[in-house]
Design a binder for this molecule. Structure first.
Ligand code: GLN
Length: 482
C-alpha cells in the first residue's frame, strides 16, 4: 500500500499537484480495506465501485480533501451505502440522503470508501455488541479495539485510511482512539450537525473525528463543523481556522491536573505514561495546576441513567414498520412489533431499553432520571469552576490499555467502568481529545485526554500538537497496511 503513512492533507496536496491521482489513492485504500477485513472485521461495507467512480470524477480542485479516502461509522447516513448501526434491526437499510457532515466531506473532495463496524446503536466500549461480530485491535488481534466506533479507530490505526468519522456519546471516539493509538476528538456539543446520525442519546451524541495526526483531525473538523439548519442544536458560532492554531507555542498555558481521578482502578502503566505527559507539558512551558471535579465520581451512574433514558425513547421508532428488519410469521400488529424488536435488537440494546424505560417510569422518574439531571448540572458547574483556574484539563482516556475479547462481556458493570474518564465531557458538553502517548510493556497503546471549555477545540489542538511535535507517536501496529 503506497499511502498508508501519508496524512490526509498531504494526500490532498499530491492529488491537487497532479503528483498522484484520486484513483490511485482510493484504490490503494480499498485494497488495504479488503485485504485486512478478514483479519480485523473493520468494515461492514466496502463500496469499491462507488468509491472508484467518484475518485475518477475528482479533478483536484474540489477542496482540502481532494481524493482523500475516508471511512465512516455505520451509524452515519451515506447515500448509496447501508446504514445498519451495527444492528440486525436496521438490516440493510439504505438511507436516501447524506448526513450533513458527509455532504461537507464530499464538497471538500473526500471519497467515502465504506462503512465501519461498531457496537449496536453505538452502545458499548469494546465493539463486541455489534450484530456482525467484533472488530479486532490491529495491535493485538486477541484484543478489543474499544468501542463503540472501533471499526473507524482500527481502520485509521491500521493505515487503511488517514482519517475516519465516528460518534461519541460517552467516549466512543476517544476510548477506541486511545486503545488503537490514534488521535480522536469529541467536539463541543453543538459544534457538528447530528442530522443523519442514528440517534442514541440526543443530548450527548456528537460526531467525532479520528486521525493519525492532530493536523488531520483539525482539517476534518474545519470541513464538517458549523451551523446546520437541519439540526437546531448546532450553534451559530463561526468555525475557526483550526490548522492555523498549530504553532507549537503553549508557553504559559495552564493545564489542570485532577489528581483525585488518578486513583482507584487506574492501571499503573497508564498512570505512569499520563504522568510523564504531564511532565512533558511542564517542560514545554505549560503551568500545571491542581483542579477538582468533585462530582466526577458520580459520572458513570449519571451517564447510564440519562443515556439509557434517551435511548429507550429514540429506539422506539424501530418497530418493523418504517425501517429495516421485520419479523416473519406475525399476523397480528402487536405481535409483529414484539417479535421484530425481540429478534432485531441484541442483548445490550435490550438491557438499555429496559433500564431507560425503568428510570423514566412513573414513581422512579424523580428518584433516577430527575436526580441524574441534577447531578449533571452540578458536573457542568464543576467544569465551569475548574476552567476559572486552568485553560484545559488532562486525564487518562481509558483506565487500561486494550483488554481481551470476551474478558468483560459477561460483566456489564466492568464494561461500563471503562467510560469513567470519557462520559464527563458528554454530560458537560465540553470537547475532549485523545492523544496517543506511549506503549505498555505488552506493546499496547496508551493515550491521555485533554478537556477544554466550550468551543475550545483550537486550544486542544494547539496543546496536542505541541506534545506531538516533542513526542511524536510513530509506532505502528503489527497489522498495518503500509
Ligand atoms: N461506552 C459508552 C456506552 O456504552 C459510550 C458509547 C458511545 O459513546 N456511543 O454507552
Amino acid at each position: 500500500m503506497e499511502f498508508g503513512n501519508t496524512s490526509a492533507t498531504d494526500l490532498a496536496l499530491l492529488v491537487s499537484n497532479g503528483e498522484t491521482t484520486a484513483r490511485r489513492a482510493v484504490e490503494s485504500s480499498l485494497d488495504a480495506a479488503e485485504g485486512l477485513n478478514e483479519t480485523l472485521n473493520t468494515f461492514l461495507e466496502i463500496d469499491r465501485s462507488g468509491a472508484l467512480n467518484r475518485a475518477e470524477s475528482i479533478t483536484g480542485r474540489e477542496g482540502v480533501l481532494n481524493g482523500v479516502p475516508i471511512a465512516i461509522k455505520d451509524n452515519l447516513c451515506v447515500r448509496g451505502m447501508q446504514t445498519s448501526s451495527g444492528s440486525r434491526i436496521l438490516g440493510d437499510y439504505h438511507p436516501p440522503y447524506n448526513a450533513t457532515v458527509i455532504e461537507r466531506l464530499l464538497q471538500a473532495g473526500a471519497v467515502i470508501i465504506g462503512k465501519t463496524n461498531c457496537d449496536e446503536f453505538a452502545m458499548g466500549s469494546s465493539n463486541e455488541n455489534s450484530a456482525f461480530g467484533p472488530v479486532k485491535n490491529p495491535w493485538d488481534v486477541r484484543r478489543v479495539p474499544g468501542g463503540s466506533s472501533g471499526g473507524s479507530a482500527a481502520a485509521v490505526a491500521a493505515g487503511i485510511v488517514p482519517v475516519a468519522l465516528g460518534s461519541d456519546t460517552g467516549g466512543s471516539v476517544r476510548q477506541p482512539a486511545s486503545l488503537c493509538g490514534v488521535f480522536g476528538l469529541k467536539p463541543t456539543y453543538g459544534r457538528n450537525s447530528r442530522y443523519g446520525l442514528v440517534a442514541f442519546a440526543s443530548s450527548l451524541d456528537q460526531v467525532g473525528v479520528f486521525g493519525r495526526s492532530v493536523s488531520d483531525v483539525a482539517t476534518i473538523l474545519e470541513v464538517i463543523a458549523g451551523r446546520d439548519p437541519h439540526d437546531a442544536t448546532t450553534a451559530d458560532i463561526p468555525v475557526p481556522n483550526y490548522s492555523a492554531e498549530l504553532t507549537g507555542d503553549i508557553q504559559g498555558l495552564r493545564i489542570g491536573y485532577p489528581r483525585a481521578l488518578f486513583g482507584e482502578g487506574l492501571d499503573t502503566e497508564v498512570r505512569a505514561s499520563v504522568e510523564s505527559a504531564i511532565d512533558a507539558y511542564r517542560e514545554l512551558g505549560a503551568e500545571i495546576v491542581d483542579v477538582e471535579l468533585p462530582n466526577a465520581k458520580s459520572c458513570i451512574a449519571v451517564y447510564y441513567i440519562i443515556a439509557t433514558a434517551e435511548a429507550s425513547s429514540n429506539l422506539a421508532r424501530f418497530d418493523g414498520v418504517r425501517y429495516g428488519f421485520r419479523a416473519e410469521d406475525a399476523p397480528e400488529l402487536r405481535q409483529m412489533y414484539r417479535r421484530t424488536r425481540d429478534e432485531g435488537f441484541g442483548a445490550e440494546v435490550k438491557r438499555r431499553i429496559m433500564l431507560g424505560t425503568y428510570v423514566l417510569s412513573a414513581g422512579y422518574y424523580d428518584a433516577y432520571y430527575r436526580k441524574a439531571q441534577q447531578v449533571r448540572a452540578l458536573l457542568r458547574e464543576d467544569f465551569r469552576k475548574a476552567f476559572e483556574s486552568c485553560d484545559a484539563i488532562i486525564t487518562p482516556t481509558s483506565p487500561t490499555p486494550a483488554f481481551l475479547l470476551g474478558e468483560k462481556v459477561d460483566d456489564p458493570l466492568a464494561m461500563y467502568l471503562n467510560d469513567v474518564y470519557t462520559v464527563t465531557a458528554n454530560l458537560a458538553g465540553v470537547p475532549g481529545l485523545n492523544v496517543p502517548c506511549g506503549l505498555s510493556t505488552d506493546r499496547l497503546p496508551i493515550g491521555f485526554q485533554l478537556l477544554g471549555p466550550y468551543w475550545s477545540e483550537s486550544l486542544l489542538f494547539k496543546l496536542a500538537d505541541a506534545y506531538e511535535r516533542a513526542h511524536p507517536f510513530t509506532a505502528r501496529p503489527p497489522i498495518y497496511a503500509a
